[in-house]
Design a protein around this ligand. Structure first.
Ligand SMILES: [Zn+2]
Length: 323
């Protein structure tokens, strides 16, 4: 993608230095999300200053607060049914920061160029969706994009972990991208190229569009009344629509003369590589169709290409057509 001369968005925030992994317990507390909140922090402080039996009592109290603070087992179970890349605003995600070490053990210091790339790609999504919303007589509200490493405290979706991959938080209308994922695209998922990453950003922005037009709200209210299998099917449709929107954006990038040879292949390879069947095969060695939440590799390719071809809202209704 020829992005160097593209306008740079001001909505990209670099929060790579705010890794949560070594933080004071509870210090990033937001509602139920933290380990005991303020009370936990106080006990932690007292713990370091007492000894013997008192210390044991305080430790027990701290563990109890931590457990309650994390929402207990109920919250842990709930978290597993959600989509990897949309963290529902009402729910708090599980803090996995303890386990999130970088696979290569390196400090992830992206160059300024990488940040500029994110700014340029986000700017193209802003220009595209502004024009689309304008044509409907609506106003497009631009999302933010936060670059982070390891884990991050969000504005209403709890703590996001790099292990979850890129995600969109509807509460603060922000796309969160972990830099390690960018590198994993090349090494782990065999989807190299800047356009592969651009596609992922456009997909997450697609979820933001779904929030703005009301699809996300409809999805959240309907899935409450469904079985797990039905809810998964609905989630696949939500995901494929985000892929369709990414394809529509790619069409705009082409119209703007910013596409380079091989870009679409890069996006298709990324769509293929992060399809749930590929991910599940990689993780477990087999595929479980009912548990798909993003769609198969083939479905993702198909809907991205469909968006690239039609680039309108009408052909992107994944909820009322065969997928
Ligand atoms: Zn998604």
């Amino acid at each position: 993608m020829k992005w160097e001369d593209v306008r740079k968005s001001r909505n990209v925030e670099d929060r790579r230095n705010q890794s949560r992994g070594t933080s004071f317990p509870g210090s990033f507390g937001r509602g139920r999300s933290s380990g005991g909140g303020l009370g936990g922090g106080l006990i932690w402080l007292l713990l370091s200053r007492t000894s013997g039996r008192m210390k044991l009592i305080l430790l027990g109290l701290f563990l109890l607060l931590t457990f309650l603070g994390s929402g207990g087992l109920g919250n842990l179970n709930n978290s597993t049914i959600y989509n990897r890349d949309i963290i529902p605003s009402e729910e708090v995600s599980v803090d996995n920061s303890i386990n999130s070490t970088n696979t290569d053990g390196q400090t992830l210091n992206a160059s300024d160029k990488e940040v500029q790339f994110f700014q340029a790609v986000l700017a193209t999504t802003e220009d595209y969706w502004h024009s689309m919303f304008d044509s409907m007589g609506k106003t497009y509200r631009e999302p933010s994009l936060v670059i982070y490493t390891d884990s991050i405290s969000t504005g209403g979706c709890g703590v996001g972990s790099a292990q979850a991959g890129p995600f969109y938080c509807p509460a603060d209308e922000t796309v969160y991208i972990d830099l390690q994922f960018y590198r994993d695209l090349t090494t782990k998922y065999n989807a190299p190229g800047d356009f592969a990453m651009a596609y992922v950003i456009a997909h997450e922005v697609g979820h933001h569009v779904q929030k703005l037009v009301g699809t996300m709200d409809d999805y959240n209210s309907v899935r409450q009344r469904m079985s797990t299998k039905q809810a998964n099917d609905l989630t696949v449709r939500l995901e494929l629509q985000a892929d369709y929107y990414a394809g529509a954006w790619a069409n705009y990038v082409k119209q703007e003369g910013l596409l380079e040879m091989g870009d679409i292949e890069e996006a298709l390879q990324a769509a293929h590589s992060v399809g749930d069947d590929t991910l599940q095969k990689e993780a477990y060695g087999y595929v479980v169709p009912d548990s798909f939440t993003h769609g198969s590799s083939e479905q993702r390719r198909t809907w991205f290409l469909r968006g690239f071809e039609y680039a309108d809202f009408q052909h992107g209704d994944t909820f009322n057509t065969d997928i």
